[in-house]
Design a protein around this ligand. Structure first.
Ligand SMILES: [Zn+2]
Length: 363
């Protein structure tokens, strides 16, 4: 198996970065026309900044409103709009699902993909894959693309103005990155690119966790105050860049499969990706039989910043046996990354891991 590592062509982050969108596109030779995929709320918030920046760069653009779910139906609507606009660049602005949708549209029409996350809530923006859901929010499939985004531009002023919960959810997604990559490295399993891991991916994933333990709480408090601070910049980079490169080139394991399994329980649909991944990470550590101190370090961090550690935190206080069985079966479905562990993972092991992780977190 060859080692494979991939990344976006360019990553730009900082206060008021939106104002630099036009010049960054020109720098990459991307002169449009552009289709911007964003919710109505984001388009209203950023419309003036886009117009100023893209007009100055001489880039023509149209805005396409995103409906909220990265589903086949939404992707198709965007492709129609992109073709009508003759777009050669597709810019996604918003949360993970808006960006997943915009990347799928860009791939379909072979345009350059640009991601402008307005939340640091997941590590999707740097990757060359989308998570596609059904119209009612159940996990459908991973969709892989030939190229990573041409540009990822993160405006930390916008992230600082968003509710704390989104940044914290991103920390849940990012914290799992190191523990999942470590498993893939130990097991010599394939990463999300189907290749072997590199030293680089492992180092980035490890730095990601270290950054969160050092700056996670300070960054959450900065967002509470609406403030852009060095701690916030570090955590935004961890959630977006380090975790993005770390999960894709480092690989995934049980934590993300538990996330996918949890989507079978409707009460979890109100919870964010990283919130479910955080609980999945606790399950992974139990199933792997890791030392109690390690479980405790993860659990404490999650409690401190406000990530779920118990089933009741995910709306599953009264989890019945059939639902638990459905979650466990889905977690070990064919193709799931739970099978990247160095041992055979069964639904029974996941069921017991879920119950034990919940009991440990409640103790
Ligand atoms: Zn994730």
């Amino acid at each position: 198996m060859l080692s494979v590592f991939c990344a976006p062509s360019r990553y730009v982050q900082g206060r008021d970065a939106t104002a630099a969108l036009g010049e960054q596109l020109v720098h990459l030779g991307l002169r449009g026309p552009a289709l911007i995929v964003a919710s109505e709320r984001i388009a209203t918030m950023l419309g003036d900044a886009w117009r100023t920046s893209l007009d100055a760069a001489g880039i023509v653009f149209v805005t396409h409103h995103f409906g909220g779910e990265c589903s086949q139906h939404e992707i198709y609507a965007g492709v129609v709009a992109a073709r009508a606009a003759g777009a050669t660049v597709v810019i996604g602005a918003g949360g993970g699902k808006a960006l997943d949708t915009s990347r799928a549209i860009a791939a379909e029409i072979d345009a350059a993909a640009v991601n402008c996350p307005t939340l640091a809530s997941s590590d999707a923006p740097c990757s060359a894959l989308s998570v596609v859901y059904s119209d009612d929010g159940a996990f459908d499939r991973y969709q892989f693309y030939a190229r990573n985004p041409a540009l990822v531009l993160v405006d930390t002023s916008i992230i600082a103005a968003a509710p704390r919960r989104y940044l914290v959810s991103g920390m849940g997604d990012a914290l799992a990155t190191w523990y999942e990559a470590r498993t893939v490295i130990e097991a010599r399993s394939p990463n999300q690119l189907g290749g072997a891991t590199t030293l680089s991916a492992g180092a980035l994933a490890e730095l990601c966790a270290r950054t969160l333990y050092a700056d996670g709480l300070a960054a959450a408090l900065a967002v509470d105050a609406g403030a852009v601070t060095p701690a916030l910049e570090n955590v935004v980079e961890a959630n977006t860049l380090l975790s993005g490169l770390g999960f894709e080139s480092g690989g995934l394991a049980i934590a993300h499969s538990v996330h996918n399994g949890l989507t079978a329980a409707p009460p979890t649909h109100d919870f964010l990706h990283g919130e479910k991944v955080a609980f999945g990470l606790l399950v992974q550590l139990v199933v792997e039989g890791r030392p109690q101190e390690e479980f405790e370090q993860v659990r404490q961090f999650c409690r401190e910043v406000g990530l779920p550690t118990r089933l009741s935190d995910l709306g599953l206080a009264n989890l019945d046996a059939p639902t638990l069985a459905r979650i466990s079966d889905l977690t070990v479905a064919e193709g799931e990354t739970a099978h990247h562990e160095p041992f055979t993972v069964t639904a029974d092991m996941i069921r017991d891991g879920i119950l034990a992780a919940d009991a440990l977190a409640r103790a």
